[in-house]
Design a protein around this ligand. Structure first.
Ligand code: AMP
Length: 258
């Protein structure tokens, strides 16, 4: 039986009530429009914790592009039904004014990793992410929090933040879930046109099979992507590219066997 909570003071009262005492709490923060990728994080949390909390909050401070925020898919009642079917205990879906009583006067900043890759192309994005995750951690007080490797840079930054601020939470990375054709699942995939959806799996395929970064970039452009970056670091390849107006990201481990 999952309980949907929109009212933050109600949640805070519940969180400090005896019901939660000594129970392990797994937390999966999301922006909703749930898909199997999100569900895989929730399943793992349910398996590893006595209680699982899902948050659904489209966080405006992490959007550098107003159009992207405007068109971000919102499917709250469907999300709540999916969470209920899965056995999630609480769905937290607060309002902007609840999460930002300070109107975003206070923020978390990281000044190295956050400046590269997605950070270089989305000014302010990671400050928005880190700030909202810090706030949610304080509200949910999770034992474990689950993050997808789909957003690998985000996972590293959150893990780093938890360590830097001595936060009493384990940050658990979860493997990327893909469609049968290899496209990494993402809420933004819903915004692809049917033709774009057919092209989209090329992103993962070219990233995996390309000989080097120059070849990958050229092949992506030839396939119709507008590339933000391709990058290789510590045995992992990273890509961000637009298909039409939709920005897709992916990353994969790779082995140099040629
Ligand atoms: P989002 O709602 O896009 O902010 O994602 C919420 C969480 O789900 C983040 O930790 C994401 O990395 C994770 N996630 C999104 N898509 C996938 C996927 N295809 N596989 C695994 N995790 C994912």
């Amino acid at each position: 039986m999952s309980k949907v909570i929109q009212n933050l003071p109600e949640w805070q009262a519940l969180r400090s009530s005896p019901f939660f005492e000594k129970k392990s709490v797994g937390f999966v923060p999301t922006m909703g429009a749930l898909h199997e990728g999100h569900l895989s994080l929730l399943r793992r949390s349910i398996e590893e914790n006595e209680l699982t909390v899902l948050s659904v909050f489209v966080n405006p401070t992490q959007f550098n592009n107003p159009e992207d925020l405007l068109h971000y898919p919102r499917t709250l009642s469907r999300d709540c039904a999916m969470a209920k079917d899965l056995g999630v205990d609480f769905v937290l879906c607060p309002e902007f004014s609840d999460i930002y009583p300070d109107s975003y006067r206070y923020k978390i900043e990281e000044n190295q990793l956050s400046q590269h890759l997605c950070g270089a192309h989305r000014p302010g994005h990671f400050s928005g992410v880190l700030t909202v995750v810090m706030k949610l951690f304080h509200l949910v007080k999770p034992t474990r929090a689950y993050f997808g490797e789909k957003d690998y840079q985000q996972y590293l930054l959150i893990k780093g933040m938890a360590e830097a601020f001595f936060m009493d939470v384990s940050i658990i990375p979860c493997a990327i879930l893909r469609a049968d054709d290899g496209l990494a699942l993402s809420s933004r995939n819903e915004r692809l046109t049917p033709e774009e959806r057919l092209k989209a799996p090329q992103l993962a395929k070219i990233l995996k099979e390309g000989k080097d970064l120059v070849e990958i970039q050229a092949q992506l452009e030839e396939a119709g992507f507008k590339v933000d970056y391709v990058h290789e670091q510590e045995g992992r390849r990273f890509v961000a590219a637009y298909l039409g107006s939709v920005r897709l990201i992916d990353n994969q481990m790779f082995h140099r066997d040629h």
